[in-house]
Design a protein around this ligand. Structure first.
Ligand code: PGA
Length: 239
């Protein structure tokens, strides 16, 4: 497992943008695994800038997002669909039919998403944030690792962390549909970005702790191509 600690959050996030841009440059029909949250925003800003300057082209790129809330309309500005539209999809030449986010609330919906990823040829590069509790996507700490895309009940910790986007914690949806750990591990390369002191413990446990479903990201120790990018605060416990 490789990690790099940057002076500030912006640099750590932009470095993730560099890795995605490199993937697009090397393989114009790449399959990107994308993430929402505050952390990836600077990476998307860089990708949009490079697209505007003609450095990268999304014409043949396909994307699969990690997760979406259950029971929230796509038009709702707090949906992950809307987030991705605002920060990336509406600003580059991605074809609408090449954009995928999980949806629905049944096991069959999850299986359909897994099939779509598989039929596309698998994810070349998966971008990830990390929760304060070590979650990746909406794979919350649990007694076992999940495999495919599945419906999850959010933990209080995650509801509280996501309440900042809603009027109150009461409005945060209680369920989401998320790629599983198996989907993430099947990506050819994984790039995890973590910034801020609140993530330091999760980062430390991910890299140095035992591999356990209680810290879902710790499984990445077994991934053959995983790069972790942090700012000084999130990487503080590593040195
Ligand atoms: P954040 O979310 O980037 O908004 O901190 C990351 C996550 O919870 O996966």
């Amino acid at each position: 497992m490789e990690y790099h600690i940057y002076e500030n959050a912006r640099s750590a996030c932009e470095a993730a943008g560099v890795l995605i841009a490199a993937q697009i440059t090397r393989k114009g029909d790449s399959i990107l695994g994308l993430a929402t949250g505050s952390t990836p925003i600077p990476a998307y800003e860089m990708l949009v800038q490079w697209y505007n300057r003609g450095v990268i082209d999304f014409g043949r790129i396909r994307t699969f997002n990690l997760d979406e809330y259950v029971g929230i309309d796509y038009a709702n500005p707090l949906s992950y669909h809307a987030f991705m539209n605002e920060h990336l999809f509406s600003k580059v030449n991605l074809r609408p039919e090449n954009i995928h986010l999980p949806s629905g609330c049944t096991a069959a919906d999850g299986e359909a998403y897994d099939r779509a990823i598989h039929e596309a040829g698998g994810i070349d590069i998966q971008l990830l944030g990390i929760g304060r509790n070590g979650h990746i996507g909406f794979n919350e700490p649990a007694d076992s690792f999940t495999y495919g895309t599945h419906v999850v009940t959010l933990t209080e910790n995650t509801i509280e962390a996501n309440a900042r986007f809603f009027k109150s914690a009461d409005e945060v949806p209680r369920q989401a549909i998320s790629m599983g750990i198996g989907n993430i591990m099947a990506a050819k390369c994984v790039v995890l970005v973590a910034t801020g002191a609140a993530k330091a413990e999760a980062v430390f446990k991910t890299i140095r702790g035992p591999i356990t479903p209680k810290v879902p990201a710790s499984i990445l120790q077994l991934h053959p191509c995983c790069v972790i990018l942090t700012d000084r605060e999130a990487g503080a416990l590593l040195s």
